[in-house]
Design a protein around this ligand. Structure first.
Ligand code: FAD
Length: 283
């Protein structure tokens, strides 16, 4: 439980952090909340030569409510997301998800940027940013670029970030009036991570679904959009039969992971059950 030796530098700007990353392409790691990285260092699952502490970089902190978008800085903690009144007035799913993520200690230190960049297949925020059709703002030496959340998660612990890039913010288009949200999660009893987690955004007019967007985590190597189930729901009423069919479609299109706690077949059943429950909450 003792990490290998490393150098440590605390930076105050994104450009400084990018410079350190570029100068140490193989040996540097960014440190945000540390609630994933520090345990990994202690277990020697990671042994970087240099830790670049970005915790003081003011330009990637906080929540801005703009005209057309909401911008969430990468360093915003899970607790800040759950507690922000202006954010939850628009997207109450941040309170719903933030309050079931880990425990208060982790929520007070862990950041949304760290969670998304780490891309744990069982992390909660990836499902939410997918359901909200967010864009991920990435800072690098050649300037910022934006990647749709749907293209950001590539594989287990793997994202569209290059080694010398930093996740700077999450930008979410403001929803049309009447959009409603749900996040449902089956918690792993030991870690609290999602065995399966489903985030959903649905807008109905006169009882008929105009738009539906489903983000799924925990089930496969990386979080993904339940496109076929969302398409099925569009133009339909949220009746018991349609909800059951959407759940069946999502289950059928999900190649589930298998582990000692949850074999693939059990996980696929959780995917169906949790989507059904989420949709029933919104019907
Ligand atoms: C006991 C425990 C229970 C947990 N339970 C849950 C849970 O139920 N659900 C859940 O979703 N998570 C859970 N977590 C994970 C937690 O949410 C972490 O805080 C989060 O995954 C990582 O955020 P961080 O800010 O701590 O990142 P760090 O640990 O500092 O960094 C994690 C990784 O991301 C990289 N990184 C960090 N910030 C950036 C950035 N801005 N740009 C590019 N790369 C970056 C780092 O280099 C590192 O590789 C749990 C953690 C613990 C210890």
């Amino acid at each position: 439980m003792i990490p290998a030796a490393f150098d440590y530098v605390r930076v105050s700007s994104l450009s400084q952090a990018i410079e350190f990353l570029r100068d140490n392409p193989d040996g540097a790691k960014l440190l945000a909340g540390g609630h994933t990285l520090l345990p990994a260092l202690k277990l020697r699952l990671a042994s970087p030569e240099l830790l670049i502490d970005i915790g003081s970089v003011a330009e990637i902190k906080g929540i801005e409510i703009g005209e057309t978008h909401v911008k969430i800085g990468a360093l915003t903690t899970h607790s800040e997301l759950a507690a922000s009144e202006p954010l939850n007035e628009i997207f109450p799913i941040f309170r719903e998800t933030g309050s079931v993520l880990a425990d208060p200690q982790v929520r007070n230190r862990g950041t949304i940027g760290g969670s998304l960049a780490n891309a744990d297949p069982a992390a909660d925020w990836p499902a939410v940013v997918l359901a909200l059709r967010a864009k991920i703002q990435i800072a690098g030496a050649t300037g910022p670029r934006f990647v749709p959340a749907e293209e950001f998660f590539l594989d287990i612990f793997s994202t569209a970030l290059e080694p010398d890039e930093i996740l700077a913010s999450i930008q979410i288009p403001k929803p049309k009036a009447g959009t409603r949200y749900a996040y449902r999660k089956i918690r792993h009893p030991a870690s609290g991570f999602a065995v399966v987690g489903i985030a959903i955004a649905v807008r109905t007019s006169d009882g008929v679904v105009d738009e539906a967007s489903i983000g799924v985590t925990g089930a496969t190597n990386h979080a993904f959009v339940g496109k076929e189930a969302s398409e099925f729901l569009t133009g339909k009423v949220l009746s018991q039969d349609n909800i059951d069919e959407a759940a069946r479609i999502l289950g059928e299109n999900t190649e589930c992971l298998s582990d000692r706690y949850a074999p693939a077949e059990y996980r696929a059943n959780l995917v169906r059950v949790e989507l059904r429950r989420a949709l029933l909450e919104l019907s």
